[in-house]
Design a protein around this ligand. Structure first.
Ligand code: CO
Length: 137
């Protein structure tokens, strides 16, 4: 059975320790347009999003030491944290993935940046990369 239509790569997310310094690098050195700066309390992170539409870059920085991103930084340092795939219908996608035995970290979507619904798949189910599924508002 085929998973419900995916629209493509929505963003890649990079875990950073110092959001201001990282914004300086991506905006002022690499020249990407800073589109949004947002705190996502549900995930205990601040995010800076560069660009518009598909193929954006997202910098994520923990706001508490209990954040999953804080633990990631402790263990692995700064770097690629996850990729995000935009889907048509996140509930249907999760149901199909569950039926196929995919290692879902979220069986029910949770609130993400920009009013989106998001859910994560464990890296062991996607060739070693944490995958976020996203359905935009
Ligand atoms: Co993301």
């Amino acid at each position: 059975m085929r998973t419900k239509a995916a629209k493509g790569l929505e963003h890649i997310a990079i875990a950073v320790k110092n959001l201001e310094a990282a914004i300086h690098t991506y905006r002022d050195v690499l020249g990407l347009e800073l589109a949004e700066l947002e705190e996502v309390p549900e995930q205990q992170v601040k995010v800076a999003i560069f660009g518009h539409g598909l193929g954006r870059v997202e910098l994520i920085c923990p706001t508490t030491s209990e954040s999953g991103v804080a633990r990631f930084l402790e263990k692995r340092g700064e770097g690629l944290h996850h990729i995000c795939i935009e889907v048509e219908d996140i509930e249907a996608t999760l149901a199909e993935l569950k039926a196929q035995g995919a290692p879902l970290l979220d069986e029910v979507p949770k609130p993400g940046a920009g009013g989106a619904k998001v859910a994560f798949i464990h890296p062991k189910g996607a060739c070693g990369v944490l995958v976020e599924l996203r359905q935009g508002p």
